[in-house]
Design a protein around this ligand. Sequence first.
Ligand SMILES: Cc1cc2nc3c(=O)[nH]c(=O)nc-3n(C[C@H](O)[C@H](O)[C@H](O)COP(=O)(O)O)c2cc1C
Length: 304
Amino acid sequence: MHSKIKVNLGKLKLKNPVMVASGTFGYANEFKDLLDLKKLGAIVTKTITIKPRVGNPMPRTCETPAGMLNSIGLENPGIKIFLQDKLPLLKRIGIPVIVSIASEESPEEFVILARALDKITGVAAIELNISCPNIQKTKLIAQDGQATYDLVSKVRKATKKPVITKLSPNVSSISEIAQAAESAGSDAVSLINTLYGMSIDIKQRKSKLASLTGGLSGPAVRPVAVKMVWEVYNKIKIPIIGMGGIMSAQDALEFIIAGASAISIGTANFVNPGAAVEIASGIKEYLSANKIKDIKELTGSLKI
Ligand SMILES: Cc1cc2nc3c(=O)[nH]c(=O)nc-3n(C[C@H](O)[C@H](O)[C@H](O)COP(=O)(O)O)c2cc1C
């Protein structure tokens, strides 16, 4: 049986539901010799800001049981260099390029970035990283429903490109934030960003990360992420991009059954650069084996 795996996230059309997550795939060039990039559903770039950022001091990653902590701190070359040096290579791949944007300074910077990207052909959508745990701010935009609503509304007015709002798991009710993003005009939501975490070297009695705390990702977070996708799916109508510890097609299918229309591969790219492509074919095999004609039938099909 030939199952359909095309998905539409609002106006954004993907030939398969498997994307690579922001910050774990650079600007794709780093991976070009390791897998067939054309086989990905979409690429989400490392988050970019207006000005270049050097990121947080080293060490800024460490391994943890079934996962990793990172505190990269949004290192990136800034939008000017991104458009000049990184985007041309990304465009050549011929699959949708989703540009992740953020600002530590002010919500206005998101608007400036969105406006600048609005004019650029080859940018398929914009992802709003309002949930990075590794910046100095005490409260994230994604931890406040009103702030999320205000920011997404402003960005919505600044661009006609599809807007994806990336949510944080570090909240008491992620569905409230998802609803705020939806009512402000977000075309889709992506979840989850990393969970706050810390790991200590007991010999030195020092944190393993120079910035003390970081964001936890990898298989350790998967059950948290699946539960959040399911919770959000029951509260909103716009599509969900699910992520958090997806290492295999089986893991990806959990997210789809919970309610995700598409999924994103993050930490797995560091372990197996071919993971996303393998996962896309694994999903297809599952659909055929279970005589499911279209992946849409599987989204949110959890039996209660
Ligand atoms: C090293 C590293 C860097 C990341 N950088 C970003 C980033 O720049 N922007 C962003 O939105 N998410 C970033 N993330 C979060 C991932 O996109 C993803 O939401 C998270 O890691 C959960 O998925 P995973 O468990 O499959 O990695 C980063 C994650 C890691 C591990």
